[in-house]
Design a protein. Sequence first.
Length: 324
Amino acid sequence: MALSNSQYEEIMHEYNKRQLKSADELNRRTEEVIRVIPEYKVCLDEISSLSISAAKARISGNSSSLTSLHKDIDSYVSRMSKLLSSAGYPDDYLTPSYVCKDCKDTGYIGNEKCHCFKQAEIDLLYRQSNIKDLLSVQNFEHFNINLFSDDIPEGYSVSPRQNMKAALEVCKSFIEEFPSGKNLLFLGSTGVGKTYLTNCIAKEILDRYHSVVYLSAIELFDYFSSKNDHYEYSGLDNSDNSLQIISCDLLIIDDLGTELINNFTTSKLFYCINQRLLEKRSTIISSNFDKQSLLAAYSERIFSRIFTSYNIINLIGDDVRKRK
């Protein structure tokens, strides 16, 4: 995924802080050594002078003089090492210390992102997803299929466990194909696993360097309401948070239907859904409503967008949280 400008700047700001801290520490140690070993400063000054002479010799093409100067420099470097050792300092005492030795805290190795930068991306995306703490426990690794009953409820042809196994396959296909622009709608009563499944998906998507924004329906529309003076009727403002709702790789809207439903929330919901469909960005919605309740609560155009563009997963069974 491409980081937004503010996200990239936030990561690079941390690298700049690391470099400044390393430079400050090196300067402090150098000043300490010079104070304890005055001869060390003499060697530094001589190396500085010899380096200037070496640069001039290189420009003039005086190879014999250049060779001699390099030998003199090496001699002073060796002397400085012995001075440090004699004073009880470790060999690397005046070597810059880095959090990441591979990229020297620049974030890049050549033109490629360092592994530490990629990890910083993941860490940032987790923090901004709004569900970092939840994902440490609600993920596929902790998923327990045995919590779901193997008894077939009256009126159904499959058990909650069979139903959940089928839902898991859909979720895993969604993850493997991401980013595909596909969308999911989880329907079902309280405690059947809707939110848990969306969190499982969110963790997998985040771990693959994609941005995820998770908001309950109430949080989403509360945010819109707080910014209402800055919105055009059909769109969003240009603040970074607003743009992320549309531009994030995966938007999760949890518990749709728990918000106060009115013309304002309906218009914002339509804009989010429609704009993300146009930009082929995936959205996951969960709701306790069934199809008919959704149609009754929201406009025909919202219902049409969702039910023609989303893979609908109906989850059945009792509240599994009571079985833990």
